[in-house]
Design a binder for this molecule. Structure first.
Ligand SMILES: [Ca+2]
Ligand SMILES: [Ca+2]
Length: 195
């Protein structure tokens, strides 16, 4: 892995030793919630949030909870909307599978809190990474090209030749167009466990 300042900037900075390989879970991703619904080695995403953020999540649960049973799919959507998320029907379907492990049709507060804590953490991370991406993406064209990387290298006073920069781009460039799109950038950072 690249260990230069540029590499850290490009691939992100490893954050603590907490990565347990649970993998990223995006709203559009597969039906995995990073262990939100159980599992011995799960990360408690709740612990990554402030008390206020957790309270906000729990408040939205209680606003939409029905008959002390929890959230059905419709109210799961409403509660998520109250927190600024807009899940599609398919995403909701997957979230119901994950957040209702006892399959009684109700999402309970523990599952909701942990799942939303994950979503809120992920949203914050994505915002950070978009800012990082924009530092590389000169001219806001939506991708990082070799010229962009070279400019950052020069700015940082790093000693990396074009071969090294091309390899960095290739490591991220899954569609092979020679540039790193925002999607590719986010994907490589998450995949590399450098977050
Ligand atoms: Ca349930
Ligand atoms: Ca590309």
């Amino acid at each position: 892995m690249v260990t230069s300042k540029l590499g850290v900037a490009f691939f992100g900075e490893r954050r603590g030793a907490g990565n347990d390989g649970l993998g990223p879970v995006s709203m559009s991703g597969p039906a995995s919630l990073g262990g939100a619904a159980g599992g011995a080695q799960k990360v408690a995403y709740k612990d990554k949030l402030t008390d206020e953020q957790v309270e906000e999540i729990q408040e939205s649960f209680y606003i939409f909870e029905k008959e002390d049973k929890g959230l059905d799919q419709k109210n799961l959507k409403n509660a998520m909307k109250a927190l600024g998320f807009d899940p599609s029907r398919e995403e909701l379907r997957q979230l119901m599978i994950i957040c209702d492990p006892d399959k009684d049709g109700w999402v309970e507060i523990q599952e909701f809190t942990e799942m939303m804590a994950y979503q809120v953490s992920e949203r914050a991370l994505n915002q950070e990474l978009r800012i990082a991406f924009s530092l590389f993406d000169r001219g806001e064209k939506g991708s990082i090209a070799l010229n962009d990387l070279r400019a950052v290298v020069q700015h940082l006073g790093e000693d990396l030749d074009d071969d090294a920069l091309v390899r960095m781009i290739q490591a991220a460039d899954t569609d092979g167009d020679g540039e790193v799109s925002e999607q590719e950038y986010l994907a490589v950072i998450k995949k590399s466990n450098f977050f």
